[in-house]
Design a protein around this ligand. Structure first.
Ligand code: GLA
Length: 385
């Protein structure tokens, strides 16, 4: 999906469609720290953002989906070209058993100001948003937790064996607060995200290397295999999270070099999340910045999911006194970086990092200030006669 405000314009121009209608906002997410830890039952620190996918559902005589930004339409029984976004809708419909003659008679339009491929979870925003739309519009009465799992399973039809961080933050996001999630039992605590005198900046590389799905799945499988090897010796442990510090060296000796690096990264990243929480609590932006940089180094050198474009942006933050640190976010191999920048310097930092990136890559990055917002929400619903 492109950067576009077409849907938002539609909402403003035509706020009262005919019959029954529903407007829903499904946000993207950032992650402060704790990457590739969710499927390892570790800790992560995501937040919903102001940029979102917007849906309008209306009563109709058949089922159709209209991608306003792309000018593409999918109509029931007319599958000539299959748009790439359809898999996210299909997955949710299958999980709800609303397929073939059970397809609902609704017209769903969607558009976004959330860029896709930017590591901000636009696909989860679609899956979660569509599940939410169906639940509300068809009055399915599915509770939030079950609905979230339907969205998670629906999205897995796309082939990505993702964790649950994205969907938890999209369903539960809260203005100005991030969710410190313990993926051992999926509980979370809300935490303020701001450092006084500092602002969070998202810098999108605008690159999306095709490796992302296959490399993501191979990392999560490798982690499962690490756990299987270790659990032969420590049968009560069922995830990397269970490994006790005293036994870490013994565990390394059971693994090959690549596995050792993956394990080291996950163990250290969980620790960084805790330290980051303390840095937020103690309002210590310097310590937070160092943790971001250390997290990025781990993703680059140990977990090996970064790429040159992400590294350029982080290297800029590393040597620039206006930022305390930065790191890549999401699955990797492209997408966005998150920077902690002194508020008074935001404008000059934005200009300079943009020039730096342009010189290095020939591309202009997409840069925006992070606004932490509410999760999934109904904007309006009603029925006109
Ligand atoms: C993707 C997945 C998440 C998470 C991140 C990496 O965004 O969807 O579940 O694993 O990558 O932290």
């Amino acid at each position: 999906m492109q950067d576009s405000s077409s849907f938002i314009n539609l909402y403003r121009l035509n706020p009262r469609p005919q019959g029954k209608w529903l407007y829903v906002r499904s946000p993207g997410r950032i992650n402060l720290i704790g990457e590739h830890t969710d499927y390892n039952r570790g800790l992560c620190f995501p937040a919903a953002i102001d940029k979102a996918v917007y849906f309008l559902a209306e009563e109709d005589t058949k089922f159709s989906i209209h991608a306003l930004d792309r000018n593409q339409i999918f109509i029931q029984n007319q599958r000539s070209v299959i748009p790439d976004w359809l898999v996210y809708f299909d997955g949710v419909l299958k999980e709800l058993n609303l397929i073939n003659d059970k397809l609902p008679k609704i017209k769903v339009s969607f558009g976004a100001d959330l860029p896709s491929g930017a590591g901000l979870s636009s696909s989860s925003a679609i899956s979660c948003g569509f599940a939410f739309v169906l639940n509300e519009f068809l009055d399915l009465k599915i509770n939030k937790s079950d609905l979230m799992h339907i969205a998670i399973r629906g999205e897995r039809h796309s082939g990505l064996e993702g964790g649950m961080m994205d969907q938890i933050s999209i369903f539960n996001g809260r203005k100005d607060q991030a969710l410190l999630i313990d993926c051992q039992d999926w509980t979370f605590k809300y935490k303020d995200v701001q450092f006084k005198d500092y602002q969070w900046l998202v810098v999108d590389t605008k690159v999306h290397h095709t490796l992302v799905d296959s490399e993501y799945n191979s990392r999560s499988r490798a982690c499962r295999s690490i756990v299987s090897k270790i659990s032969l010796h420590y049968p009560t442990w069922s995830s990397i999270r269970d490994i006790e510090n005293d036994c870490l060296q013994a565990c390394y000796s059971l693994l090959d070099d690549i596995e050792k690096r993956l394990l080291q990264y996950v163990v250290e990243e969980n620790q960084r999340v805790l330290e980051f929480d303390s840095a937020l609590l103690g309002q210590d932006p310097e310590a937070a910045g160092q943790l971001l940089l250390a997290g990025h180094a781990g993703l680059k050198d140990l977990y090996c999911v970064s790429c040159a474009e992400l590294d350029y942006l982080v290297s800029f933050a590393k040597t620039d006194p206006r930022a305390t640190g930065a790191r890549m976010m999401g699955g990797g191999f492209g997408g966005s970086t998150l920077h902690l920048v002194r508020r008074d310097d935001i404008r000059s930092y934005t200009e300079d990092i943009s020039d730096f990136y342009k010189k290095a890559t020939g591309m202009e990055p997409r840069i925006f200030e992070l606004i932490v917002s509410n999760g999934l929400e109904t904007l309006e619903m009603g029925q006109s006669v």
